[in-house]
Design a protein around this ligand. Structure first.
Ligand code: G
Ligand code: G
Ligand code: MN
Ligand code: NA
Length: 250
């Protein structure tokens, strides 16, 4: 209950900020984009993790307004980056239920002037669990705007493969739980290999999350994974540090 009250106040007081984590194109060895990750700078508690407050924001419906703010903020920030660098925004399934999502994306693009080609929307499999047909229709409308759609946390949900058949995703993000033990566990390697192969066959970009070591990067490169994201390159950083990340990366 305290969290509820604090969250609503935080939104009006402007205590939220976005940090950005690089997505690295393995073959080109360059930053292809950044994932925006929401941060709450609580006046007493300091940084509060989205893992803690997003479920509450979803419960009280605040995620709709907060999600619209995230879209506007991320799109306008991305206009400051080199023209081929993309921005990825996470969407909550609750934003699909609000029925205002397509308009929110149109409006964020229009106000920022960002090309839709530079916006990636990340969704999880939970988007398909309820109101599947309605949500599919929304995904198609979003795609028609020219934005791309990524399947986040792939492999951790339910019947992943059927979702790949019901919607032509542009990108699959391999959950970091599979990347973690890549070098030590043959089952993790088998899963990463299968997802990379699936991506190649279906012409879907594959991105590995949670890459922390050079060893993991070498395995992922060998498996033909297209992109990596993780502490090996950088944690999520405030907007002000992005220019340095872009020039410093090589
Ligand atoms: O950044 P990590 O830094 O701790 O993020 C934890 C979780 O919060 C991740 O699953 C991530 O997808 C989610 N998350 C981060 N930012 C956002 C956001 O802007 N919107 C939504 N819906 N989820 C987010
Ligand atoms: O669910 P989603 O992938 O959107 O959330 C990204 C989450 O992964 C964030 O919490 C972010 O802080 C975390 N993260 C990013 N890179 C790494 C990494 O290399 N290792 C670990 N353990 N977590 C990471
Ligand atoms: Mn994500
Ligand atoms: Na993820």
């Amino acid at each position: 209950r305290d969290m509820e009250r604090d969250l609503r106040a935080a939104f009006t007081n402007g205590e939220f900020e976005l940090h950005y984590q690089p997505l690295v194109d393995i073959a080109a060895d360059r930053i292809s984009g950044f994932e925006s990750l929401l941060r709450w700078r609580h006046p007493q508690k300091g940084m509060v993790s989205p893992a803690e407050f997003i479920p509450v924001a979803e419960d009280i419906g605040l995620i709709v307004a907060l999600g619209e703010w995230v879209l506007r903020e991320a799109c306008s920030e991305a206009t400051k980056w080199p023209g081929d660098v993309k921005v990825a925004v996470n969407l909550s399934p609750v934003q699909f239920r609000s029925r205002n999502l397509v308009q929110a994306v149109i409006s964020a693009l229009a106000h920022s002037g960002l090309s839709p080609r530079r916006l990636e929307l990340e969704i999880t499999e939970s988007v398909f669990l309820a109101e599947t047909e309605a949500n599919l229709a929304i995904l198609h409308q979003l795609r028609e705007l020219g934005v791309s759609i990524s399947m986040d946390d792939f492999g951790t949900g339910y019947s992943s493969l059927s979702y790949l058949r019901s919607f032509p995703f542009d990108k699959i993000k391999i959950d970091r739980s599979f990347v973690k033990d890549l070098a030590r566990r043959s089952d993790c390697l088998a899963i990463v290999r299968a997802i990379s192969g699936l991506g190649r066959s279906l012409n879907i970009t594959t991105t590995a999350e949670g890459v922390e070591t050079v060893d993991q990067l070498d395995w992922l490169r060998a498996e033909g994974c297209n992109e990596v994201q993780g502490f090996l390159f950088s944690a999520a950083k405030p907007a002000g540090e992005i220019a340095a990340l872009l020039t410093g990366f090589a």
